[in-house]
Structure formats: C-alpha cells, structure tokens
Ligand binder design. Structure first.
Ligand SMILES: *Cc1c(COP(=O)(O)O)cnc(C)c1O
Length: 375
C-alpha cells in the first residue's frame, strides 16, 4: 500500500456544519461559523483578536498593508520559507532582506537578522518552521533596536509555543494557515491574528475591502464608507463551517499527529550518530506541534537517493523550499547573497509522511525504510 506524504484529515462533523450553514441561507463571510471559528482560535491562543482569511498568504498581505510601508522600507524575512512570506511585503514595495537559517534548524538566525537590521528596517517576519518557535526574545531585541514591528508567519505553528507563550500571540500581527497540508485545515484558509489592540479596527477595515463595514454592522457608524486601502480577505461561511469542526477537534488531531512524530523520533533517534544526516532540533524555549518530521541529509545526492529509496518502498517523502535568495525573481533584481545554512536546508531537507490518520504501523514502515537506507 502506498503511503502518501499528506492526506487531509476529516474529523467527521464538517459535513453537518456545512449543511447547517446551507440551511441557514447565510453563505457569505462573517456569519455565525466565522464567529465560532474565530472564538475557538481566540480561546486556544488565549489573547489577541482572530480574523479569518481566505489563506495565510492573504493574512500576510493584510498584515503588510497594516504595516503601512513606504518605498525604501526594509523587511527582513528568512530565505528558507514559502514565497508568500516575502511576496506579501514585496507587493507593498518594500525591499526584502533575506536572513540565513540557524545552523541546526531552518528558523531565521537572530545573528543573521542582527547583521541586516538598520534604520530602514520596518518589519521582521519570523517563520516558525515545522511549528518550532524562532528565538523570539533575540528577534524582539533586534526589532526594538530600530522600532521595527514583528509579524509572525505562524502558518505551521498552531498549538505550539515559545517559553509557554502561544506562537501567533507574540508579534504585533501573525498569520495562520488552514491549507490542507497544515495541522488544522479548511482546504484553503487562514487567519490574521491581531495582538496589538491598536491595530484591531484597522485590520477589520483592511479585511473588508477598505471599508468600515464591521463597525457599521455593530451599529457604531450609521453608514459604511471607503476609509483606507484594503481587499477582500474573508472566507465564506462554507469554509468557516468546515474549519469550526476542525478547530473543535484540535486536541485530538494534535494527539494523533504527536503519536506519529514521537514514533518517528523514537525509531530514528540513532541517526544522530551519523554524519550524513541530522534530525529536527527543538530548542529549550520551543515546543513541537508535530507539524512535520524531517531529516536533513548532508548533500543533495544523499537526499535524492533517500527519496528514490522510499519511493521504491511506495512511500512518498518530499523536499521543501528552494531558498528565496536564490530564486529567479530575486536574483534578477538584486545582488547575489550567500546564505549557506538556507542553501543546506534547500538541498538536504526531506519531509516524511505525517498526517492525523496515519497509524503507527505506517510510521514503522516508513522508519524501517529509512533505517534500511542508512544501514
Ligand atoms: C503554508 C504556508 C504559507 C501559505 O499558506 P496559504 O494558506 O497556503 O496561503 C505561508 N508561509 C508558510 C511558512 C507556510 O508553511
């Protein structure tokens, strides 16, 4: 039997909730399921205001609008990330500066950020790779040096924390993803999480096409108007209904994913002795939300052979980002930069299958094949 890299998990209550939304004849955004899922997310995170969006990309674009960037403003993002982390800010005309990864994990290195921070730096965007926290204390200190904002790309980071504080509640703004490859899914979907209370009403406006429609529906103004730049970032109630079912099942989904992750870790821990691969590192200040289990091969050649070996065993393992500092779009417009750690993860990192209804036997089959490869 084939083991896919990912299989979107369905809790079972999604269909009934979607039927409920249809029966209520309320299908556009900001209805009762949107409010329910926002309340579930807010309760889970414990602070801040959650606003559902159509994707994490859209949440990042909304965040970039809220940062009110001007030409020449600089935004520091990791090179080893999904394109949207950088693209959202590039769309606003910001100059993107790429930070390197840490030596032992793909997160942005605080030292690399320190080397880039200057008086033009307006935003720092930590990406909590694999749901493992960036070194937020060190990054906050860099942001404070020049009065920059922190926007967390928390796409992979639900149910994880930094020194006990939930990821997505640390920066002024944060973006979550509910894409079908994440822990909690809605097919496509996301959330903008607003921690700076002074940005809440501006965030509502940006998400509602630049109008004060939300204030109008609360009866705070007697007509709604175009009051700022904005776009349409809100999902329909059908998406929110699906998401409500998933968020209600957050604890059981997490328990299932952690069981698979812990099995991999148990079965593969001896690989740390080797010099042709390494395993995920979770620093003391971080937790693991079982978003991903990866192996970092020492070379592209080793990784290609490993992926081929797993494929021969009917197991789909996949590599991840192509570092953005070497992307065609960036290279055509900027001077070459050398970010050796980001390049190492580009060439060496491979992700093993991990999804909520994967059973331990499947995890063992994957682990057996990995162990056989490394001998
Ligand atoms: C998945 C992901 C995104 C994009 O999320 P969408 O909801 O698909 O737009 C952005 N950043 C990171 C780090 C991601 O993993």
């Amino acid at each position: 039997m084939n083991i896919p890299f990912n299989q979107p998990y369905v809790v079972g209550t999604e269909g009934a909730y979607i039927a409920e939304a249809m029966a209520a004849r309320k299908l556009a955004g900001d209805g009762s399921f949107t409010r329910r899922s926002q309340a579930l997310l807010e309760a889970h995170l414990g602070s801040g205001r959650a606003l559902l969006t159509t994707s994490c990309t859209d949440a990042l674009e909304a965040a970039a609008l809220l940062c009110d960037l001007k030409q020449g403003d600089e935004v520091i993002v990791p090179s080893y990330t999904f394109v949207s982390t950088a693209n959202a800010f590039a769309l606003r005309g910001a100059t993107i500066r790429f930070a390197d990864s840490e030596a032992d994990n793909p997160n942005m290195s605080a030292q690399s950020v320190a080397d880039l921070v200057n008086e033009r730096t307006r935003v720092i965007v930590p990406v909590h790779y694999a749901g493992v926290a960036c070194d937020m204390g060190a990054l906050q200190a860099q942001a404070d040096r020049v009065g920059a904002l922190i926007v967390e790309d928390a796409a992979q980071a639900i149910a994880s924390s930094y020194k006990g504080k939930p990821l997505g509640t640390i920066g002024s703004l944060a973006a979550f993803s509910f894409h079908e490859t994440k822990n909690i899914i809605a097919g496509e979907g996301g959330a903008l999480h607003v921690n700076d209370t002074e940005l809440v009403s501006a965030a509502e406006i940006v998400r509602e096409k630049g109008t004060n429609r939300s204030a109008f529906f609360r009866g705070q103004v007697d007509k709604y108007n175009w009051v700022s730049l904005g776009s349409s970032y809100l999902p329909s109630e059908l998406i929110a209904a699906f998401l409500t079912a998933q968020l209600e099942a957050l604890d059981s989904i997490q328990a299932r994913r952690l069981a698979v992750w812990n099995r991999y870790s148990h079965r593969l821990s001896h690989l740390v002795e080797r010099n042709d691969c390494s395993l995920p590192v979770v620093p003391d200040y971080a937790t693991n939300n079982a978003h991903m289990f990866y192996i970092v091969c020492s070379t592209l050649e080793v990784r290609t052979r490993l992926i081929t070996h797993l494929k021969a065993n009917k197991i789909q393992a996949v590599f991840h980002y192509q570092a953005l500092h070497a992307s065609p779009y960036y290279v055509a417009r900027n001077n070459l930069v050398d970010l050796p750690n980001a390049t190492r993860f580009t060439d060496g990192l491979v992700r093993l299958p991990l999804f909520a209804d994967m059973d331990i036997d499947m995890a063992d089959r994957v682990a057996d094949a990995v162990c056989e490869f490394f001998g």
